[in-house]
Design a protein around this ligand. Sequence first.
Ligand SMILES: CC(C)(COP(=O)(O)OP(=O)(O)OC[C@H]1O[C@@H](n2cnc3c(N)ncnc32)[C@H](O)[C@@H]1OP(=O)(O)O)[C@@H](O)C(=O)NCCC(=O)NCCS
Length: 311
Amino acid sequence: MLAIRGVYEVAIKVRDLERAEDFYRRVLGLTVGIRDDARRRVFLRAGGQAGMVVLIEDRGEWPAQHLAFTVDAADIDAAAAALRRAGVEVEGPVVHDWMPAKSAYFSDPDGHELELCAPLPSSAVSPRGPQPSIETGRLVLRPFELRDAAIVRELAGDRAIADTTLEIPHPYGDEIAEAWIASHPARWERGEIATFAVTTAEAGVVGAIGLGIRPEHRRGSLGYWIGRPYWNRDYATEAVKAVIDFGFRSLALNRIQALHFVRNPASGRVMVKAGMRCEGTFREHLLKWDRLEDVAQYAILRADVAPPHGA
Ligand SMILES: CC(C)(COP(=O)(O)OP(=O)(O)OC[C@H]1O[C@@H](n2cnc3c(N)ncnc32)[C@H](O)[C@@H]1OP(=O)(O)O)[C@@H](O)C(=O)NCCC(=O)NCCS
């Protein structure tokens, strides 16, 4: 088994080598290892075991990248303050509620998103609080309660809901809604998934939306349904937008993705309207009711909604 011990170097593209070198030396205190003028690149040492950051000048089009530097927990607040004094706009430091670490975010002059990340002892992270509710223009997204089981059974019990989702059984047995709702608090506590009832003031529960969480990749996966009587009122779109915002802001995710069966274009429309981008189609990717389904994958990145400063 290969045992990787750390990252030796990371390379990022920059538009102006001198400007970028100045930023990384002055603001982050990196030192020059090798300067390769012919190939317009500079190898900067990050100190200790941290390896090297390679700046490569490239005036073409390239996407912004994310670089996280580990710092000591005792230093991160002072480091963020020093960055601010140096004129850098800094978000945080924030203590993550999904991993024992504290991070501060900022951008380099080329729009790359940089992070100072300080690992904390597990005991330093307060227990995850109760799952919050989210209010949008017309909807309240709130944790399900056991008394919602009957309406879930009625709405999700419609064959049309099971037909284009993966996890919803049909027929929808009596105990299924109760067991599903009862599992939510522990799954939120473990940081696995945030499941919300989609509710309106007039009708109560009209649907459900869940954000599965993979903290190790800072990635979330959406799943949702809206009861058939409430289709085509923009409810799914409003809920998806709100949960994407929640995932980026409150869970510090970097990427939120979702899949839909190609034969279910309404869900694809929801993803497009929520700002997600189609990344491709997987042919015959999933087996549903003995039928192999073509599946489209959509995603939105944190940088798509809040371009890094200077980008
Ligand atoms: C997919 C689903 C969540 C959409 O919910 P919704 O609240 O009706 O969605 P919205 O009203 O926000 O948007 C629906 C969009 O799809 C469009 N649409 C509806 N039926 C369509 C069809 N057959 N072909 C193409 N577009 C369609 C609507 O016109 C609307 O787009 P528009 O605003 O551009 O006109 C709902 O149909 C549902 O729960 N289906 C069953 C479960 C499911 O498929 N979940 C998603 C799994 S990936």
